[in-house]
Design a protein around this ligand. Structure first.
Ligand code: GRF
Length: 240
């Protein structure tokens, strides 16, 4: 198996015109925001038909806020700790829902967002919610994925974009990027390499969604959950 290029089998994309409306995106962040920056750059370069209509951070010190400010994107900070008091998840979600109403997103992107959201918030969100996770799901849900993959002697690692559901890192996987683990790999070196892959995978996945090559529709039949599922199955081939 080879790993350098990723190709995908989907239905053909619709021809786009200059009047195609950009996909309205809200990005949820907690930290550095390198993935947010990639989306900002692609939006500003006209490489992605998106409009980042707002950013929500649950941390006041997230560098992602600086990046959004520099791009004049509205930011709402819902700090998980303010004046020594912890903001409960319900309060966070109430404020975030108000922002969704104000911003009217077509897609909600969790890019390094580190709070666990409740089932009712996810199921009542006005748009599909996707998350970027640093592993080849379903392997290595949760934290410290790079270290765990090395310790387990894995030959491959990577990243996934998946639909957010109430169960952590368990929603339908939409796309994945994969790389080989080197013999002298450390958790830090692997993290750096996976992040480079993330910076390709996330905009590429959003491009597929924006162009309609990949679409998500609500499905209420699965375990009585009101969740989004892809209407177009994807097939990835990884070659080098
Ligand atoms: C990424 O590695 C992502 O996989 C994980 O959190 C990190 C966020 O990085 N969920 P950044 O804030 O986008 O730089």
């Amino acid at each position: 198996m080879s790993v350098d290029t990723v190709s995908i089998e989907t239905k053909p994309t619709e021809p786009t015109t200059s009047t195609t409306k950009p996909l309205r995106i809200v990005v949820l962040v907690s930290g550095r925001g390198s993935n947010l920056q990639v989306l900002i750059d692609a939006m500003q370069a006209g490489a992605l038909p998106i409009e980042i209509v707002g950013v929500i951070s649950n941390r006041e010190d997230a560098y992602a806020i600086t990046r959004a400010n520099a791009a004049s994107i509205p930011v709402v900070t819902l700090s998980h700790v303010a004046n020594g008091k912890r903001m409960g998840i319900k309060t966070f979600e109430r404020h975030a829902s108000d922002q969704f109403i104000a911003w009217q997103p077509d897609l909600i992107v969790l890019a390094g967002f580190m709070r666990v959201l409740s089932a009712s918030f996810i199921e009542n969100a006005p748009a599909p919610m996707i998350n970027l996770h640093p592993s080849l799901l379903p392997a290595y849900k949760g934290l410290d994925t790079h270290q765990r993959a090395i310790q387990a002697g894995e030959r491959h690692h990577g990243c996934s974009v998946h639909v957010v559901t109430a169960e952590l890192d368990a929603g339908t996987v939409l796309t994945q990027g994969l790389l080989e683990i080197n013999q002298k790999e450390t958790a830090d070196s692997l993290k750096t390499r996976v992040q480079k892959l993330e910076h390709q995978l996330l905009p590429w996945t959003i491009l597929l969604l924006a162009k309609g090559a990949l679409s998500l529709s609500r499905d209420q039949s699965i375990h009585e959950q009101n969740t989004f599922l892809p209407s177009t199955p994807l097939k990835l081939y990884l070659d080098s």
